[in-house]
Design a protein around this ligand. Sequence first.
Ligand code: HEC
Length: 139
Amino acid sequence: MKKFFKAGGYVAGAILLVALAALTYFNMTYPRVNPAPDIKVQVTPARLARGEYLVNHVVGCADCHSERDWTKYAGPLVPGTEGKGGEKFDRQTAGVPGIVYAKNITPAGMTDRDLGAMYAYLRTLKPIHHKVGKFTPEK
Ligand code: HEC
């Protein structure tokens, strides 16, 4: 019986060691992202309009990173709070185990390095030639 427990101890120890090694490996090697390149973006009215459209209407950054007025239908953004962060996400509102707050992504809280990192990551995605359908309005 004693021998059995001793062998069990070795097996448990080995499993723990393998699990620890795997955890260390994944922590040290992922995410595999290239260092952010030094990007300079020229500010033009067209680029700003495009950026405003993407941030506020397509990728929806502002939807989470702004104050919302939940007393109104669909919780419209409170004007003047775009990007200031603070919106609370918990199990009830977002199904997350705990409480997180959307960060301040205005220039007071978000660096160009973050934008560069996002750009750098998106550029690492495999190019996929894939034509998608066009918007078709309902009849
Ligand atoms: C579905 C809601 C949601 C959307 C959409 C969203 N975010 Fe966030 N974001 C969050 C939350 C919540 C956090 C805080 C996460 C945390 O504290 O772990 C966060 C964190 C961040 C952070 C801080 C990351 C860090 O490591 O501190 C940045 C920067 C950010 N978001 C930028 C953006 C940008 C840019 C967009 C649009 C491209 C965007 N987010 C869209 C909810 C959102």
